[in-house]
Design a protein around this ligand. Sequence first.
Ligand code: CUA
Length: 312
Amino acid sequence: MLMIKNFTSIFWTNTDASTNQLYTYFGIAAGCILFLVIFFTYYFSKKYRAKQPDELPEQKEINHKFELFILILAICITAFFLIMSINTMQQIQDIPENPKPDLVITGHQWWWEAKYPQSGVLTANEIHIPVGKRILLEVNSADVIHSWWVPALGRKIDMIPGLKNYIWLYADKPREYLGACSEFCGIEHARMRIRVVADTEEDFKKWTESQLEPVITQATPLFDKGKALFEQKTCTNCHGINGTPFSENIGPNLTHFGSRKRFLSDMKPVTRENLKEWLTNPQNVKPGVKMPNFIFNPDEIEALTEYIYNLK
Ligand code: CUA
């Protein structure tokens, strides 16, 4: 059994034991059926093939009893897995009646908003959770149907506008877990990637504290120029920065943007070059994205990059 567990963990690292067990059974059954189908296809094609080029192969009447046996067997296998699946779903979907979520994720075209109701942290795309703790996740959507799925952390769940859905997330190791939006949600659906960083309890506490710290308000003249441009060019109509009067949440919140490793739903690393390319023409980088091309001149891009990159 241990060997099978080790083997299936190559494909599946979900720490939820019941989901793992169901997946293992599915794997064994599907593997056996695949083997039998390949074996008999080969065996019968050898056994009944024509010996001479123009010979008609031997004709056989259908064996009705055998057909019935196969039909009943298929129904039994399907019923077994149906019951197993319903049982597993009930086991892992033990959501309390008045759920108090640890984390609220809102799907947007095409990024993730992350809110931590208990601490008040609001961020985007780079999602942190503590390791070794069941996290109650609430999901919803700001526009169309998205679907949240980080396979190693739990089951998939649809994000539906106007509806709150809940699942449990659990990470057993401090590392990064990848996922993707799993419901077609428009032109950039394929690039709506998820990155969840599971921190040790101490690191998660530090991260939370750093997120709650006020944003830097002044640094260099270029930074200040960027800050002024950010307001003049109406960036603030979509992007909020905590600790400033701007709290719009149409685009990703940019507080501490510079401390994130990646941006654009995990599409690119946060570097000055990528940020400049993005500001020059967002549509070139991510066609269809909601952010318009503001046709900034190179000096403005320098200043805006200096500002946004240093929001730490
Ligand atoms: Cu969001 Cu697909």
